[in-house]
Design a protein around this ligand. Structure first.
Ligand code: NAD
Length: 264
């Protein structure tokens, strides 16, 4: 039998380095035969992303800052010229001023609120519109969320509000695009040590807390997230849309500290 993703073409947005969630998903879909293109933000990341892309047989590595409409338009124009169509897209992009990822949400500034929502939420809608245009054979769009969208987490602050908006937009986009056989889903990943996460206050404590209190008594890996991403991007999930799927070692079902959890 041919691999699950063979013949499928996908754009992966949000690889910064080999710890990026987007990279975990890229490896999983490439292992199943997908053809990939990548975007990166800022010159500095190009030299990190290009070798990773090469590892999975891709030489399409495009600059794209999602706050720049011309960049976004150029990215999809390039995909159109090179491939003529698109089957799936991974949006693994978020940003907030790290000065506001500590302390209290109530102190969020208007500037950072708008910037956080623009990059972490609106960009998915903007990109979905461009991608949908190229998904002439149907398709699958995937974004990344966190449990801080549903419950209050210390320090997550405005990012929690952005993720809540992102999760709502998954549902609205799923409804809008479903009649073109385009599915829209999210992965709600448990905490992982990435570049973006390093901006969150007390992140090491959060990792330990999740490790000690998750049903599986560990934190998620890139392989965990990659496998779930592959499922949502592939035809294995052909009947699934508008869903936010937790890949968090079960943490979201827990109501209290585990009885065997050590002090942190
Ligand atoms: P990461 O730092 O590897 O990836 C974040 C990416 O966002 C980077 O590639 C960065 O270049 C990109 N980005 C930021 N601003 C951008 C802009 N203006 N234009 C284009 N790209 C921009 O970290 P990650 O943890 O892999 O983050 C990926 C996604 O996963 C994010 O949405 C994050 O919120 C989400 N997530 C992370 C965790 C975690 O604990 N690490 C948990 C759940 C969800």
């Amino acid at each position: 039998p041919s691999p699950i993703m063979s013949g499928k073409k996908g754009l992966v947005m949000g690889v910064a380095n080999d710890r990026s969630i987007a990279w975990g998903i890229a490896k999983a879909v490439a292992a199943q035969g997908a053809d990939l293109a990548f975007t990166f933000q800022g010159e500095a990341l190009q030299k990190r992303v290009a070798p990773l892309a090469a590892e999975v047989g891709s030489d399409m590595v495009l600059p794209c800052d999602v706050t720049d409409d011309a960049d976004v338009a150029r990215t999809f124009q390039t995909i159109r010229e090179k491939w003529g169509r698109l089957d799936f897209l991974v949006h693994a992009i978020a940003y907030s001023d790290k000065e506001e990822l500590k302390g209290k949400y109530v102190n969020t500034t208007r500037d950072n609120f708008l910037k956080t929502l623009d990059i972490s939420c609106y960009s998915f809608t903007r990109i979905a519109r461009e991608a949908a245009d190229l998904m002439t054979d149907g398709g699958s769009l995937l974004t990344l969320s966190y449990y801080g969208a549903e419950r209050v987490m210390p320090h997550y602050n405005v990012m929690g509000v952005a993720k809540a908006a992102l999760e709502a937009s998954i549902r609205y986009l799923a409804a809008d695009l479903g009649s073109d056989n385009i599915r829209v889903n999210g992965l709600s990943a448990g905490p992982m040590k990435t570049l973006a996460a390093s901006g969150i206050g007390d992140f090491r404590y959060i990792l330990k807390w999740n490790q000690y209190n998750s049903p599986l008594r560990r934190n998620v890996t890139l392989e965990d997230v990659g496998g779930a991403g592959m499922y949502l991007l592939s035809d294995l999930s052909s009947g699934v849309s508008g869903e936010v799927h937790h890949v968090d070692c079960g943490y979201n079902i827990v109501g209290m500290k585990a009885v065997d959890a050590p002090d942190i």
